[in-house]
Design a protein around this ligand. Structure first.
Ligand SMILES: [Zn+2]
Length: 261
């Protein structure tokens, strides 16, 4: 059976549901909760773990997209070493959620990986610049500095094939995935493992929050096509909740059954 890796969804989105408060306006975003509400950090990881199970591995990410030493020192009034420790504790909280999940479900042998989440520089700036085109040109095929997306990732992968598990894109609209990835492995003897971690397809700005775009278009409708294109790591970013990840999982399971013969 073809191994597909299912990742979690948008941590900040899911934890906002739990604490009934948006965290988009917080300069530290959900990473503040590493300090102020560890229980809900663990519960949010568990929300995703409950919905994750595919033949292969499952991956959850630490709640550290918006975490930085400078940010913690400035906004939590921590020392440098306390800030390091809080980032390290994010890994412990994710691992704790995995161990709770495994003991609750008698699934000691399930392979669940914890990935360290590192946000881009724009996330630290907290000015929405990671959404506004500084990181991706409007032609949908180039990266922020103008180089062609496909050529850049191919070059990165070929330079580090033993170190890179997969290459891909996070927080992009689902509708842009096919254009970015459809022909990336054409003619390659050793196709690159591809990863997609899309958002809900809505737009974000500080004044209006999340709005418009592909709002409400079901993510699960895209998945079969992505699997057929050779994308083997799939998760969700902003506004992708545990229920969306469960729906992605259902499509993956069906696809794996169809392709197991
Ligand atoms: Zn996102």
């Amino acid at each position: 059976m073809k191994e597909i890796k299912l990742l979690d969804g948008g941590f900040g989105s899911q934890i906002s549901k739990r604490i009934d408060r948006l965290i988009d306006d917080d300069v530290l975003w959900s990473s503040r909760l590493l300090s102020t509400n560890k229980a809900e950090v663990i519960n949010t990881h568990l929300d995703f773990l409950q919905g994750l199970f595919v033949a292969g591995s499952n991956v959850i990410s630490t709640n550290t997209y918006q975490a930085s030493i400078d940010g913690f020192m400035k906004h939590l009034k921590l020392s440098e070493s306390e800030s390091y420790d809080l980032i390290k504790e994010a890994v412990d909280l994710a691992r704790k959620a995995v161990s709770i999940y495994k003991s609750m479900n008698n699934s000691e042998n399930t392979n669940i990986l914890v990935a360290g989440s590192v946000g881009p520089y724009g996330a630290f700036l907290h000015d929405g610049s990671e959404y506004t085109g500084s990181y991706k040109d409007s032609d949908g095929k180039s990266i922020a500095s103008g180089e062609d997306f496909q050529q850049t990732v191919k070059k990165c992968y070929k330079m580090n094939p033993d170190q890179l598990l997969a290459v891909g894109a996070n927080c992009i609209a689902p509708g842009t995935v096919e254009q970015l990835f459809c022909d990336i492995n054409v003619g390659e003897v050793y196709p690159m493992p591809l990863l997609v971690y899309p958002n809900s397809g809505e737009f974000y700005n500080k004044e209006m929050g999340w709005h418009g775009g592909e709002a409400g278009k079901p993510i699960e409708n895209y998945i079969e096509n992505w699997l057929n294109m050779g994308i083997t790591w799939i998760g969700g970013c902003c506004r992708m909740y545990a229920e969306n990840i469960s729906k992605i999982q259902q499509v993956i399971l069906k696809w794996q059954m169809q392709h197991s013969k």
